[in-house]
Design a binder for this molecule. Sequence first.
Ligand code: ADE
Length: 243
Amino acid sequence: MHFHILTLFPEMVMEGLDTSITGRAMKNGHITVNAVNIRDFAENKHGHVDDYPYGGGAGMVMQPGPVYRAYEYVRNAVNERQMQGANCLEGSGEIKRPRVIYMTPQGKVFNQTLAKEFAEEEDLIFLCGHYEGIDERVLEMIVTDHLSIGDYVLTGGELPAMVVIDAVSRLVPGVLNNDISAEFETFHNNLLEYPQYTRPEEFMGKKVPDVLLSGHHKNIETWRMEQSVKRTKERRPDLLENG
Ligand code: ADE
């Protein structure tokens, strides 16, 4: 799976994703992450990519030109790879246009169902805005999905893009050591995960539930299911209503 990020802060994204499980997935070749600096496509020698908003108002707006050219650059690279390789749909020579996901608090709120949907794609392009946003014209031209990570406003789209890339990566086959764990964790069947325990058997007077030490697999499974339902009712009743 190939992630492309159009951003003014490529180091932020690369440093964040180059650690832990996503870092290992990059080294193993299960995913690639390619952060493209929009500033490299500036129209002027100063590298300015933003300007005052028409009609007045606070803040600066990212100009359409640099964003469009950064997008074209990524799109051409994706096309070339598709032409050379396996993804060129047999015989037709057809090229699949990658989804372009604009990270914005005005988008659809990201969730595990969307993570699964995105994990089916071969390429995903993320567009990260800064300042007061991006000129609407280029958004109309290239964006396929407007995506938010929650109802709060961050300073830019980089952290949201990293959140989405992390959640999608762990669903890519081979990224987690154990594919089963990707499926059975929190949100499987719209239920929160049951509580987990490890050694020691007793910690500061608190004991591990007896059933988990019993070796009785059926009882353990039942207990875990009960715990999942109880926890979901207490913490996220909305998941049961929407399920
Ligand atoms: N950019 C700023 N805030 C955001 C949010 N909550 N989700 C996605 N992108 C954003």
